[in-house]
Design a protein around this ligand. Structure first.
Ligand code: ATP
Ligand code: MG
Length: 447
């Protein structure tokens, strides 16, 4: 077996070997290479203690970060390479991180601290594969399995519960039964994990291939990290448009979205306001009046808590806010929406609406054709150079001032009216026609 690796990585391993130390690449890169996927980065590990690694690379530029955790950064061919000493984690504090780490000369001990068997393999060109826990076999079978006793491992670091779900989703693997049972049993430990770390795993999880299965099988864990999701689980909608409970509908909508993090987060949260806005009509049909607004309100709290960046928050909340209203298949309507949201956001919204429909009753699937039509209309309008923002309008504030307007509110209103008229097709986006209308409006403004 041969795992190809970048020249600088190979050079580093060779140099450590030549000085009498063991050196391997380890973890994700070995897993990915064995799956036939090019690794994104190469973690390097060695039996040399940090000071020994520094001595081995004394003629190179060294960056002294992470020394405490046994990591030395060496610049080889201008590229920074992190080399970490084999280590054993000490006692864990608060189900999060070890109190201290100790170094070891044993690769097997280093592998034993790693989370899952598929992540606990090492490789070196001289020694080949080191696979103490059957990672290669699990990789072949498509199984995520904790290294050692799952209860102990999840108690040490509860984030591993989410990492198991994330890897099972992105690799489309199943989770070993004992590991899976332990994840569910120990889910409350996630309360000790920081929101940032949860967010990172969650966003990777929801764009994975196995996302529908994982979100479904581990709904209770999702409810642990986002308690607002819990009332959705099994919530009967009693509505002819829906054949699934709110949570199942949500999961199907997430997975019907393209693999875009914000779009999928919006799908995950788009109906989060449904349980609290539920009412039953005289005819026994379930309704969720005002659920979009409620979803926005709850989603804002969730996203803030998860420390989602401000730009993403804004985008996700906009998508949730407008996921429900009907967009007419006319140039005027499409133009108005494009003006309100911008063309790119409108396209994203259509993706969310389509995913939402796909996750509803088959009877409402006719809407999908409408979304295709809206895309066509949009494309035709773009082709015609239609304008959707003041920036695209054939007249600007300076032009209006030249026509006698004063800078201020009336000028802004006029520009806005002109844009509306162009979007509705009442006026062409041409300077003369717009100037003429602006003069008329100026007259009105002075009446
Ligand atoms: P990715 O492709 O997402 O980077 P990865 O396997 O490289 O996957 P990292 O988070 O970069 O994942 O971690 C590198 C390696 O460190 C893992 O393969 C695993 O061996 C180990 N590891 C990372 N986080 C943990 C953890 N919380 N507990 C135990 N081992 C861990
Ligand atoms: Mg990695």
């Amino acid at each position: 077996m041969n795992i190809p690796m970048p020249r600088a990585v190979m050079a580093a391993l060779n140099r450590l070997n030549d000085c009498g130390y063991e050196a391997h690449v380890v973890g994700g890169c070995v897993r990915d290479a064995l799956r036939g996927v090019p690794p994104s980065d190469y973690d390097k590990t060695t039996s040399a203690l940090p000071a020994e690694t520094e001595a081995v690379f004394e003629n190179y530029k060294l960056i002294e970060t992470g020394l405490k955790h046994g990591t030395v950064t060496v610049l080889i061919d201008g590229e920074p390479l992190e080399i970490t000493t084999f280590r054993v984690d000490g006692e864990y504090e608060d189900h999060r991180r070890p109190k201290e780490v100790t170094f070891t000369r044993s690769l097997a001990e280093d592998l034993a601290r790693r989370d899952f068997t598929v992540n606990a393999m090492a490789y070196s060109p001289r020694e080949g594969l080191t696979d103490v826990f059957g990672g290669r076999d699990d990789l072949k079978k498509g199984i995520i399995r904790a290294v050692g006793d799952p209860d102990k491992r999840f108690n040490e670091d509860a984030l591993r519960i989410l990492r198991a779900m994330r890897f099972a989703s992105t690799l489309d693997f199943s989770i070993d039964t004992a590991t899976s049972d332990s994840m569910i049993k120990n889910r409350a430990l996630l309360a000790d994990v920081s929101a940032e770390r949860i967010q990172v795993e969650l966003t990777k999880l929801i764009i994975g291939k196995g996302c529908e299965r994982i979100l479904t099988d581990y709904a209770v864990i999702l409810g642990q990290i986002i308690p607002e999701l819990t009332p959705m689980i099994g919530f009967d909608q009693r509505n002819p448009h829906h054949i699934h409970d709110v949570y199942t509908h949500t999961v199907k909508a997430v997975c019907a979205c393209p693999c875009d993090q914000n779009l999928r987060l919006a799908a995950l949260l788009h109906d989060i306001g449904k349980p609290s806005t539920y009412s039953v009509g005289a005819d026994g049909v379930g309704h969720f009046y005002g659920h979009s607004e409620k979803s926005v309100e709850l989603a804002a709290v969730v996203l803030e808590r998860l420390r989602t960046d401000v730009r993403s928050q804004k985008e996700i909340l906009t998508l949730i806010k407008y996921h429900d209203p009907v967009i007419q298949c006319t140039e005027a309507s499409v133009g108005r929406w494009a003006r309100k949201l911008g063309v790119d956001m409108l396209m994203k919204l259509l993706e969310l609406k389509a995913a939402d429909n796909l996750a509803q009753a088959p009877e409402v699937a006719y809407r999908l054709k409408e979304y295709d039509r809206i895309r066509e209309i949009m494309a035709e309008m773009l082709q015609k150079n239609a304008c959707f923002s003041l920036r695209d309008l054939a007249i600007n504030g300076d032009d209006l001032i030249a026509l006698g307007y004063k800078a201020g509110k009336a000028l802004g209103n006029t520009l806005s009216c002109l844009l509306d008229a162009v979007i509705c097709g009442e006026l062409p986006n041409q300077r003369d026609a717009l100037s003429e209308q602006a003069v008329k409006l100026l007259g009105k403004a002075q009446d």
